[in-house]
Ligand binder design. Structure first.
Ligand code: NAD
Length: 369
């Protein structure tokens, strides 16, 4: 099998230590399943600032463009809190998203059976939950013009932001959602506020037309964003893939992820458009930050980073079997009672970052037989 080009950017804080657990899994895939990765590793965030005086170098962006996928850790280091926003470590991820044209943010919310009690909702409501929120991430009200704060003739002020979406912007994120649904339970729920917003009306029209022309095999439903927020806490298992704009997606994806319990468990992906040669720019990262409060102590939960790698295998390389194996192995380790500090509960065995990583590799060995 030909080598797959991966750019690995561990970043700051707990980034490098959780990324080391993914490297164990890459080594295992090479050894036991003959899957090779051509890995390039580089500095981003505070780590890059220290050495190169910039949160991300142009050559790292170029390498990201040339790679099949980017696996990102996390950036942010309190050491750099005093410097201007134009140089902050967090700029590394913003630039990667912009320069690679990553417009679809995928946030799964999946509840592992062993952690069903970690949710604030009743176990009966969240058991077996497995939904995916696809959020348009480079358009909508966060980027629309006009924007600003203006002073009115009477001296009071007016703040302005503009929700704006074009047909092309809606179509490309909807395509991502429909394609994803085909690899899952084949159902998409499109979420907007077409009852009060013209941009929502257009959103619904464009998705309905695209569905009819290209994706009529997928079941499509529509829901107003306020109802969707309510349904996500009332009966979240009714959803498979939800597709929505930037603002509603921001709120609904945070809401959905917390149905599952812990920040240390949650992966994400941001995808761009597939070109004619079949290449799709893609970046995978845990949703948590660099957690400077626990960095370097071997206590961080590596599962969000490991599950981000499973998403990379699934969506960039179509390696469904390997992605399933990693998720099953993680589930088995949790069922065996091992817990990092963030998901610890009475009667379970507390372990550190590297022991959790080793345990997942041992389970992979068992699954491989
Ligand atoms: P954070 O996600 O880093 O941490 C929030 C809390 O969750 C902390 O108590 C932390 O210890 C805990 N936590 C996070 N991940 C964990 C894990 N894997 N295992 C166990 N516990 C975990 O958020 P924050 O403290 O608000 O931000 C810290 C830094 O990270 C800031 O500089 C921020 O800008 C940056 N940040 C970066 C990203 C990114 O790289 N995409 C995302 C969010 C925050």
């Amino acid at each position: 099998m030909s080598a797959k080009k991966l750019l690995v950017l561990p970043g700051d804080g707990i980034g490098p230590e959780v990324m080391r657990q993914v490297v164990r899994i890459m080594t295992w895939l090479d050894r036991r399943r003959n899957i090779r990765f051509e890995i390039t590793e580089d500095l981003v965030g505070g780590a890059s600032l220290t050495v190169h005086n910039t949160p991300i170098r142009d050559e790292v962006i170029t390498r990201a463009r040339e790679s099949d996928a980017v696996l990102f850790g996390s950036v942010g280091d309190p050491k750099w809190n005093h410097i201007g926003f134009d140089k902050r470590p967090e700029l590394a991820i913003l630039r990667l998203r912009q320069d690679l044209g990553l417009f679809a943010n995928l946030r799964p919310a999946k509840v592992f059976d062993a952690l069903v009690d970690a949710s604030t909702l009743k176990p009966d409501v969240v058991r077996g939950l497995d939904i995916m929120i696809v959020r348009e991430s480079v358009g909508g009200i966060y980027f629309g013009a006009p924007r600003g704060i203006e002073t009115l003739p009477d001296g009071t002020k007016r703040g302005i932001n503009t929700e704006v979406y074009t047909t092309a912007e809606i179509e490309r994120v909807a395509r991502t959602a429909f394609e994803l649904a085909r690899k899952r339970n084949n159902t998409v729920c499109s979420v907007e506020k077409c009852n009060v917003m013209e941009s929502g009306l257009l959103w619904k029209e464009v998705i309905t037309a695209l569905h009819a022309s290209d994706y009529s095999d997928v079941t499509l439903t529509h829901m107003l964003a306020d109802n969707c927020a309510m349904q996500l806490v009332r009966a979240p298992r009714q959803f498979d893939v939800i597709v929505t704009g930037n603002l509603f997606g921001d709120i609904l994806s945070d809401l959905a992820s917390m149905l599952t319990g812990s920040l240390g468990m949650l992966p994400s992906a941001t995808l761009g458009s597939r070109n004619e040669a079949g290449h799709m720019p893609a970046l995978y990262e845990p949703i948590h930050g660099s957690a400077p409060d626990i960095a370097g102590q071997d206590i961080a939960n590596p599962i969000a980073q490991i599950l981000s790698f499973a998403m990379l295998l699934r969506y960039s390389f179509n390696m469904q079997a390997e992605a399933d194996m990693i998720e099953t192995a993680t589930s088995a380790v949790l069922a065996s009672g091992l817990r990092t500090a963030d998901i610890m509960s009475p009667g379970m065995a507390r372990v550190g970052t590297s022991v959790m990583g080793e345990a997942i590799v041992r389970e992979l060995d068992k699954l491989q037989g």
